[in-house]
Design a protein. Sequence first.
Length: 754
Amino acid sequence: MTTPFGQSTVLGYPRIGPDRELKRAVEAYWAGGIDAAELHDRAARLRAAVWRTLRDAGLASVPSNTFSFYDHVLDTAVAVDAVPDRFRRLGLSELDTYFAMARGTAAEPALELTKWFATNYHYLVPEIGPDTAFTARPDKPLREYTEAAALGITTRPVLVGPATFLLLAKPAPDAPEGFRPVDRLDDLVDAYADILGALADAGVPWVQLDEPAYVADRDAAEIDALRAAYDRIGALHHRPRLFVASYFGELGDALPALLATPVEAVGLDLVAGPGNLARLAAAGPIPGRTVVAGLVDGHNVWRTDLRAAAATGAALTSLADHVSVATSCSLLHVPVDLAAEPDLDPDLRARLAFARQKVDEVVALGRALRDGVGTLPAPVPPAPAAWRDDTVRARLADLGDEHTRRAPYAERAAAQRARLGLPPLPTTTIGSFPQTDELRRARAAHRAGRLDDAGYADRMRAEIAHVVAVQERLGLDVLVHGEPERNDMVQYFGEQLGGFAATVNGWVQSYGSRCVRPPVIHGDVTRPAPMTVDWSRYAQSLTGRPVKGMLTGPVTILAWSFIRTDQPLADTADQVALALRDEIRDLEAAGIRIVQVDEPALRELLPLRAADQPAYLNWAVTAFRLATSGVADATQIHTHLCYSEFGEVLPAIDALDADVTSIEASRSKMEILDDLRAAGYGRGVGPGVYDIHSPRVPDQAEITEALCRAVAAVPADRLWVNPDCGLKTRGYAEIEPALRHLVAAAAQIRATLG
Ligand SMILES: CN1c2c(nc(N)[nH]c2=O)NC[C@@H]1CNc1ccc(C(=O)N[C@@H](CCC(=O)N[C@@H](CCC(=O)N[C@@H](CCC(=O)O)C(=O)O)C(=O)O)C(=O)O)cc1
Ligand SMILES: N[C@@H](CCS)C(=O)O
Ligand SMILES: [Zn+2]
């Protein structure tokens, strides 16, 4: 007797807890405030609460092993024992070895952290070499299954699938040239077979293996590898039934490949990948299989058009024996519960669904597929007319090419040189200075009404004065105001722009214990008042040196917000760009001579399929240029990029036409400079000479060495000296010596220039 896949499920659920309990627990453990037993206890309570919530909501199939102390890709690495020796050698407990891989130690840098597909979640990159010994360590999925079973809830353990795991991994540092982790798939499948055997022993009926890597372009060999892996896993005599989930797009040729294997259920994202439906139809009948239809968007916060989703579900029932309703991806990417936002505008609230509400939608759709659409709740009301702004629309309609073009760089550079009078190799920072507990407490007091507006502004001005004084004392050439007033580089703008709504508790995990509160873009974007001008003007009033105005660019604002789905993203980007254009002109009018527009998410939003990339890059570049091209030649525009490998988008970085680009470079040993030059980039560049992600303070010699490499790659008159990124996550005890060394290293190289 086989267990059918239930009528409704979610691919994963937020693990941070309704009040970020996970953050508080792990941070308390790291700080020595609670012991491992207490941490495990709190984690078990969080897991139990999620399972009960999902069961009580009426979900037919409940996932487990979606909890993680830090990251689910790291959990999968541990489940197959892919722990690099450098961490084993530390001789720590299992839990502390895990956290050492996630966070590093004084002796060992952490695994690399990188973007999880096109989301704002970051995973830890497994390091796989030819000798990595894969061994099944199924303890965690087994423990979670058993824990839930003790509550009377039968769950479906979730693991990253073996092919995606290796495609996301990077070669271990000592791997020979040309080694590819995916070449180890056969060995890894052996370990998965053992894990599945152990789960089957425990009575697990279904397991979910996530293979989202196959919604990106994959070559024939990679698709063959997928088929071979699931042929082998499918042929195992002793295993749970297999649900292979895909999400974030269309499976393309991987879909028929997967359907040719014995897996019992395939998950398709029908929100980000509507073409999956036609591809499934083209694949022909799939007797005995379940299609798990991702009909409820797990990556955005809008309520689902349940009738349209039910129609898609009904279309699927003619293609597959069993259709189950699910979220399009894990609900990890949305806040936990709309109930925690009682003060949101009712018109907006009526249109939103967070994780908890999306579970209800899935259950309702599952019921509708069985009992008909008459059972569905009332449709989402239309958007209020007040969310439309005809002035913004008319302004955008009137724009021409001249609004995205500046004078030739040589002319601008000459005007800026004359106006700014900077030395060669000017030193600067990326914007933020340490966000101290005291600053956060002041903001919390202001939010709670314990500190009034004037008191808060005084506190921020005092911080700005401090940051300016520190920079003058250190001898930096171009100063910043330090961004003390910003809770976050996107949320801060979301709180001030029209068409955006900020949440008070809408936290989403970004990495490990770090969370963000993405604003919701619901209407046309306006700028009711200047957003940064007073702070920048005040900072500039304290010093004769130039203070950079500091803004977040249109792409990054969209990437780290919940976006509108009722108009093309390009249109929303232009609206944000127009607001920034007005802000930049106001900064210029206030005497700000340099404005930096950060675009760290430029690479993040790049579509997964190459065919979709040119259109994206075109609108992304246009929006940046619309924002930044309204200024005089003598006003210098900087941009800043970090958190990504920028190889694929270097021509777009050049096309941004910024006067100066600061870019993360210290970990790649300045190689980015050659790549930029090869892409034709010929304007100012500030390769990061100091890795701010690490608490290590670089000495002068290593910064000098980095600068020597930079001077060899870029003419000195175009080179800037700066850290890799903002300093907000560091403390003054680290950044003061680091910046002192940076300034001294720049002086040392300047002296050699003659
Ligand atoms: C650069 N990155 C960012 C991404 N996305 C963004 N939206 N913003 C980013 O900066 N994506 C890519 C990377 C990801 N990196 C990070 C790095 C750090 C964090 C982080 O530290 N997050 C904080 C929350 C930041 C914040 O909103 N701070 C608020 C304080 C909110 C708060 O917790 N308040 C407390 C009370 C505080 C007190 O009393 O001391 C409370 O409400 O309980 C602020 O400064 O006002 C985090 O803690 O996780 C995120 C992504
Ligand atoms: N100006 C921002 C950029 C971060 S990517 C900062 O300095 O924090
Ligand atoms: Zn940065």
